[in-house]
Design a protein around this ligand. Structure first.
Ligand code: ADP
Ligand code: MG
Length: 241
């Protein structure tokens, strides 16, 4: 589903943020990306739906080469859903309208169909009873579940999560991780930047450590957490475990 080959990126023509990153994600796989703040995790996963450009190397998403071609970018954005740390819901729209918006405008679905699918998704993430409320009336955990439903409404083939629980109060982390876990169980291909070790251990097929714009280590969760090879990984784990 995703192939990244020697991807390099510079910010402002001088800061070398991705320094040759290669990685593949196969269909149905869950890849967890860990690493210190500032190591390039967000930048890297944002390249997968063309929120960030890159200057060297190649990225294929579902066989499509990510380039600057606008049509290409539109296609990719429909295939790759993204969930951010800060929910990014539209505050002036109801929960239901947030989830219906993209299918109506991008997929040109009739309103009735978009609403039917949106209601199903809200049920799936456990907040059907909040459909008429506005984002500001919900807890952080509920808002993040709306954001997941909104991304799923576009029927993506891949879901990207960028620290989806980092902005949540501790008691709400679980409800969001549970939704992500059930999504993984349903066979969704997922790339998840998170420091939730329990989630990574139980749900990830592979875990990678990113540091200073490079993938330092890639392993199964078992090996990654119990017997990592690289000093950089050991140091990182000693800071978070
Ligand atoms: P992470 O998600 O691992 O914390 P980021 O990908 O957000 O890392 O950032 C990697 C580095 O790139 C950081 O040093 C950050 O300050 C820098 N950076 C991020 N976005 C920009 C930008 N738009 N312009 C310039 N530098 C940026
Ligand atoms: Mg980040």
């Amino acid at each position: 589903m995703i192939i990244a080959q020697d991807v390099e990126k510079w910010y402002d023509n001088n800061f070398h943020v991705l320094r040759g990153v290669s990685m593949t994600v196969t269909k149905g796989e869950v890849l967890v990306v860990m690493g210190p703040s500032g190591s390039g995790k967000s930048t890297f996963i944002r390249t997968f739906n063309a929120l960030e450009s890159y200057q060297k190397g190649k990225i294929f998403v579902d066989g499509i080469l990510l380039s600057h071609d606008v049509k290409n970018i539109e296609t990719i954005r429909q295939e790759v859903g993204m969930v951010f740390q800060q929910f990014n819901l539209f505050p002036h729209l109801s929960v239901l309208q947030n989830v219906m918006l993209a299918p109506i405008w991008v997929r040109r679905w009739p309103k009735a169909r978009a609403e039917e699918v949106a209601l199903q998704l809200l049920e799936r993430v456990g907040i059907l009873e909040q459909a008429k409320k506005f984002p500001g009336q919900l807890s952080g955990g509920q808002q993040q579940r709306v954001a997941i439903a909104r991304a799923l409404a576009m029927q993506p083939k891949i879901m990207l999560f960028d620290e989806p629980t980092s902005a949540l109060d501790p008691e709400m982390v679980r409800e969001v991780l549970d939704v992500m876990r059930s999504l993984a169980d349903s066979g969704m291909t997922m790339v998840v930047v998170t420091h939730e070790v329990g989630f990574a251990r139980e749900v990830a097929d592979r875990v990678v450590l990113m540091a200073d714009g490079l993938l330092v280590e890639e392993a199964t969760p078992e090996v990654f957490f119990n017997s990592p090879t690289e000093e950089r990984t050991k140091k990182f784990l000693s800071q978070i475990l």
